[in-house]
Write a protein that binds this ligand. Structure first.
Ligand code: NAD
Ligand code: LMR
Length: 327
């Protein structure tokens, strides 16, 4: 298994690369960034784990060299938020960064699983899909927007109600998109079941939806979530790699192109959104089946979902337009 991190020298990129270097499922690890990858790769190369590691910069066809033979490409490249910014404010710069990297994937390793972390995920994943379509290389089963941090937050913030020592043992589906009200945690579908007191539910859901802002505020101008994101990004990448190696019963929420995944058409019809995060069965070929958990939502959650659809449609459209009618 060859893994590539694009944006490997950044706040997410470095700890994510560390986790991938330490992961026994990874045989080769290529780090790509516009700066500092020789240093990051040399540092990580001293770790006595399986993965052979190399760092690449744009010079000398570095992107092509990094991507050659890749099985999985994780993309945390792009600028993060500062206080007062929305994720959509990142679009102008990050859209172009993601476009360039996906063009590289389309020509060099079109069969790789592609995991997009760069914000705004609600738009960068549609951008990636359109670029791949344009190149005739779009496989919807292998393109994922990483929304695992929302799941991790939903588990963590509910711990006081579950009483579990290990919060990750409670499975809480978080669906929709990855920004503010497009993030919809479905506590009614938690397994094992969780009873959230009615007067605490609004605040809990708001904390999951705006957990990113909590970190941006606390970091006070120096960036957004990096370490928790590296953990979440690795958790999702590991799930994809385990499924690729034949492990069964792996289901993770992720932002996918619904019409391209079995079971997705019905969800796209119900939500009016072609891209949506739902629990997805992962297998050797990637996204095997999308679970229609939308229809299980209770009345309270259905109201949250209505708001989600409104915001998400515009974000998706913006990404598609960026490729179809470039600015
Ligand atoms: P950062 O600024 O610390 O790191 C970004 C890295 O990308 C830098 O090292 C930069 O040199 C690199 N880069 C820029 N242009 C590049 C290009 N063309 N090719 C390769 N690398 C390039 O930022 P960060 O805190 O690591 O965040 C990265 C992105 O992840 C941001 O857009 C942020 O909003 C997003 N993010 C997403 C989630 C999520 O849940 N999906 C969570 C946290 C952050
Ligand atoms: C997050 O949810 O922490 C990330 O999307 C980063 C951000 O901008 O909030």
């Amino acid at each position: 298994m060859k893994a590539v991190v694009a944006g490997a020298s950044g706040g997410i990129g470095q700890p994510l690369s560390l986790l991938l270097k330490a992961c026994p499922l990874v045989d080769k690890l290529a780090l790509y960034d516009v700066v500092n990858t020789p240093g990051v790769a040399t540092d990580l190369s001293h770790i006595s784990s399986v993965a052979q590691i190399e760092g690449f910069l744009p010079a000398d066809d570095g992107l092509k060299k990094a991507l050659t033979g890749a099985d999985i490409v994780v993309i945390p490249a792009g600028i993060p938020r500062k206080p007062g910014m929305t994720r959509d404010d990142l679009f102008k710069i990050n859209a172009g960064i993601v476009k360039g990297l996906i063009e590289g994937v389309a020509t060099t390793c079109p069969d790789a699983y592609i995991l997009v972390i760069s914000n705004p995920v609600n738009s960068t994943v549609p951008i990636a899909a359109e670029i791949l379509k344009k190149a005739g290389k779009f496989n919807p089963k292998k393109l994922f927007g990483v929304t695992t941090l929302d799941v991790v937050r939903a588990e963590t913030f509910a711990q006081s109600f579950t009483g579990e020592k290990d919060p990750s043992k409670t499975n809480i589906p978080v669906i929709g998109g990855h920004s503010g009200e497009t993030i919809v945690p479905l506590y009614s579908q938690a397994k094992p079941a969780v009873k959230i007191p009615e007067d605490k539910l609004d605040a809990l859901i708001n904390r999951v939806q705006f957990g990113g802002d909590e970190v941006v505020k606390a970091k006070d101008g120096t960036g957004s979530a990096t370490l928790s994101m590296a953990y979440a990004g690795f958790r999702f990448a590991e799930a994809v790699m385990k499924a690729a190696k034949g492990e069964s019963n792996i289901v993770e929420p992720t932002f996918v192109y619904l019409p391209g995944v079995e079971g997705g058409d019905e969800i796209a019809k119900e939500t009016g959104c072609d891209f949506f995060s739902v629990p997805v069965h992962l297998g050797k070929d990637g996204a095997e089946k999308a679970v229609n958990i939308v229809k299980e939502a209770n009345e309270y959650e259905k109201k949250l979902l209505q708001k989600c659809y409104e915001g998400l449609k515009g974000n998706i459209e913006k990404g598609v337009e960026f490729v179809k009618n470039p600015p």
